[in-house]
Design a protein around this ligand. Structure first.
Ligand code: ARG
Length: 215
């Protein structure tokens, strides 16, 4: 197959990339929020909150994302639009991973930091917000960047419910051109392009946050 034939289908790739980026941006944002809340629940002393977050994390890490996508799209009592269902599944799934990243980041902060903050009269909440979490964020940045990359790649799974993201559209191009390989290879290059931009951005952010550490 000629590359020129692929050019004819460039709109499929553009639309696919747009939808993949939309999926990833929403899912990473919601996943981050869900993850932070879950991690705080998990390290709290409240047994009830603890149990909920543990069960949540176990479920979403212990079952395939593919199954979660199907359950959310076909199994919920309400009919969600497929794009919403896709974002929901990716966010709920990513939230479980983000929460474990944050929990380890928070627990890695020396407990003297909390003691010092409390002895200065800060409440637990204030100490978390102003002392512990800002330091934890810096430490978890590499793992978080990794998670964002995973979300971009795993968004390909929601093609199974008919969302026209990059993978779905690459499959369409395969069908239309009778070319089994090149359309997929092209999609792979686009994924690689997106993930490498993201990892560049994350390492720049890391460097900037670390700049204050020296001296
Ligand atoms: N393929 C894995 C699954 O099916 C990916 C889970 C997503 N991972 C993540 N870090 N968000 O469960």
């Amino acid at each position: 197959m000629k590359l020129s034939i692929l050019m004819k289908y460039h709109m499929f790739y553009l639309i696919g990339v747009k939808n993949t980026i939309l999926l990833a941006v929403f899912s990473v944002t919601f996943g981050l929020i869900i993850g932070i809340i879950l991690s705080l629940m998990k390290i709290s002393n409240n047994k009830f909150l603890n149990a909920i977050s543990t069960a949540y994390i176990e479920f979403f890490r212990g079952t395939p994302l593919l199954v979660q996508v199907y359950i959310i799209f076909y199994g919920l009592p309400i009919d969600l639009p497929k794009f919403t269902a896709g974002i929901l599944a990716l966010s709920l799934n990513s939230g479980a991973y983000v929460s474990e990243i944050f929990r380890s980041g928070i627990q890695a902060i020396d407990k003297g930091q909390m003691e010092a903050a409390r002895s200065l009269g800060m409440s637990y909440k204030m100490a978390m917000r102003y002392i512990i979490i800002p330091q934890a964020i810096k430490n978890v940045l590499p793992a978080l960047g990794n998670e964002f990359i995973v979300v971009i790649k795993e968004s390909a799974i929601v093609s199974v419910i008919g969302i026209h993201e990059l993978m779905y559209n690459a499959q369409t191009v395969r069908g239309n051109t009778y070319s089994p390989f090149l359309p997929l290879f092209f999609a792979a290059l686009i994924y690689l392009f997106m993930t490498s931009i993201l990892s560049k951005l994350m390492s720049r952010l890391e460097r900037r946050l670390r700049a204050g550490d020296k001296g």
